[in-house]
Design a protein around this ligand. Structure first.
Ligand SMILES: Cc1cc2nc3c(=O)[nH]c(=O)nc-3n(C[C@H](O)[C@H](O)[C@H](O)COP(=O)(O)O)c2cc1C
Length: 205
């Protein structure tokens, strides 16, 4: 199977895989850069990071992957949510993925700089609201995903529902470990996948 490119706004990833943000420093610059260098999208998990550390990690990721696509993941429920998003935007981050809650305000912060904002959703309803607020894509997390979840339904059920509800790219997350899982998500209508646990088991994490 030939993997399609993943387009989010003006960004084009050769490999349709986003390395999901994993807080408490499981995914920092080294992991994000390694994924970005392979053609995927690497995310620095920014929740709970002091702003100076976040700036350092973004600059380090850029140094390790000058041409790769690097974003941040931030939990909406985290302390200093706004400060983290605006600091990353100031540093020229490529995209912001936000989960564990929902913020209407973040779309305006991204709009001014043209930074794609990608919320993590668990229903077609929230995906639709996200699209109407200006989301560049949505990540769909179902019950199989690691992290803080908003549903006990499978991603495999929610992805097709979200696909039917919105026109923006849909990224399937949860229990994607092998190539066959990527292929399954794409068949269900996803434009790409977000993987967490698999990347936690890596030297760079
Ligand atoms: C240890 C761990 C930490 C995570 N931390 C975050 C986080 O800080 N913010 C977030 O939005 N998602 C977080 N996630 C979810 C991942 O970004 C990703 O969506 C999820 O792991 C996908 O499911 P998988 O683990 O089955 O691949 C975390 C997942 C794991 C396993």
């Amino acid at each position: 199977m030939k993997l399609p490119e993943l387009k989010i706004g003006k960004l084009v990833a050769k490999v349709p895989i986003i390395q999901g943000g994993m807080a408490i420093r499981l995914s920092t610059a080294r992991l994000a850069a390694a994924v970005a260098n392979e053609g995927g999208i690497g995310l620095i998990a920014a929740s709970g990071m002091p702003f100076e550390e976040l700036r350092y990690e973004i600059r380090l990721a850029r140094k390790l992957s000058p041409r790769g696509i690097i974003g941040i993941n931030v939990m909406v429920a985290a302390r200093e949510f706004k400060g983290i998003v605006t600091t990353a935007i100031e540093e020229g981050i490529d995209l912001v993925v936000a989960g564990a809650g929902f913020s209407r305000d973040m779309f305006a912060w991204g709009k001014a700089s043209g930074t794609p904002i990608v919320p993590i959703v668990s229903s077609a309803k929230l995906a639709k609201i996200s699209q109407s607020l200006g989301a560049s894509a949505v990540v769909v997390e179902g019950a199989e995903a690691g992290g803080h979840l908003g549903t006990n339904r499978s991603s495999r059920l929610i992805v097709p529902e979200v696909r039917a509800a919105v026109d923006i790219p849909v990224i399937g997350a949860g229990g994607v470990l092998y190539g066959k899982d990527v292929a399954e998500m794409l068949r269900l209508g996803a434009s790409g996948v977000q993987m967490g646990s698999r990347f936690a088991a890596s030297v760079e994490s």
